[in-house]
Design a protein around this ligand. Structure first.
Ligand code: SAM
Length: 296
């Protein structure tokens, strides 16, 4: 390690030690500097050093802080090395329990890659995702784009149950958790059926951005989705209209045509985002992918 890096690591360790022994609020710890250092090196020595200076410090061993404080600190520390990865529990079948939402579809990967390349579209904003499925896109956005709040939604109870599990699996807290880290986005998993949700319910989410991936797979789904977009457009009487991004795999041109025709009938303008390289995730080869940016 270069001498200046050594000095930087020493200062970081000292900063953790002082704050921990003084039982300072967890948000005052230099988490961002730690994340930057962990990005530069996968060396576990740094994390071991932090443990030695905090929970294993002789003073702490003799006069430990409250169990809750130590537990919250450790769970925050554990999250850091996994910040750039998403872990999912999924079904092995494309359709199970009568839903397509228990696996990740390619458009979710494509939209997640676009988001990681365009974090400013989400930073400090409230994001509502329609038809979240297993949750990959939202989890990538929560980890990489620093939204203020993220609302995962779906209509299927089994999908919602799996979504909640995947949120927790990735070290994010659900809204009611009082031990939640204030640096993380406020995360909610909501039951939202496009066919029955009302303008009033949608307004309550106050979304700045609405996203959806792989939700245009049949004419019925397209009609339902355009219905919910119309109701989101009606929310703008009271608040600014959200930006909307819809990602999909071009499986057959008629389906895409139906979507754009229905958008036209609803008075919703759209433009296609430029294609991006599909570099981050493994894809099924030769699939054509697209993202439309809608103006409600
Ligand atoms: C093909 S999956 C896509 C899931 C995820 N976005 C992805 O790309 O991996 C479609 C999702 O839309 C949800 N969905 C379908 N119709 C819906 C409706 N009327 N209201 C809410 N969600 C719906 C399904 O439950 C499912 O999770």
């Amino acid at each position: 390690m270069a001498p200046e890096e050594d000095a930087g690591t020493e200062l970081l360790l000292q900063s953790f030690e002082r704050r921990f022994l003084a039982a300072r609020a967890l948000r005052s710890f230099p988490w961002q500097s730690l994340e930057a250092k962990l990005r530069d090196s996968s060396d576990s020595e740094l994390l071991r050093g932090i443990l030695q200076k905090t929970v294993k410090h002789p003073v702490c061993v003799k006069h430990p802080p409250s169990v809750k404080y130590a537990r919250c600190f450790l769970s925050e520390l554990i999250k850091k090395p996994s910040e750039g990865s998403v872990t999912l529990s999924e079904s092995t079948a494309i359709i199970s329990h009568g839903t397509t939402g228990l696996v990740t579809w390619d458009a979710a990967l494509y939209l997640a890659e676009w988001a990681i390349e365009n974090p400013a579209a989400f930073t400090d904003r409230t994001v509502l995702e329609l038809g979240s499925g297993a949750g990959l896109t939202g989890l990538a956005i929560c980890k990489m784009c620093r939204p203020r709040a993220y609302i995962f939604s779906d209509c299927h109870s089994r999908v919602l149950e799996q979504l909640r599990g995947n949120v927790l699996l990735n070290g994010l807290s659900l809204e009611a958790d009082i031990t939640a880290n204030l640096d993380s986005p406020r995360v909610t998993v909501a039951q939202l059926d496009w066919d029955v949700t009302t303008v009033h319910q949608l307004s309550a989410f106050q979304p700045d951005v609405v996203i959806a991936a792989d939700v245009l797979y049949c004419p019925e789904a397209i009609m339902s989705l355009v219905g919910v977009l119309r109701r989101l457009a009606a929310c703008r009487e009271h608040q600014r209209a959200p930006e909307v991004y819809v990602a999909f795999t071009v499986r057959n041109p008629e389906t895409c045509q139906l979507f754009t025709t229905e958008l036209g009938r609803a008075g919703i303008r759209w433009e296609a985002e430029p294609r991006h390289d599909q570099k981050l995730f493994p894809y099924e080869e030769h699939l054509e992918m697209a993202i439309l940016n809608l103006t409600l």
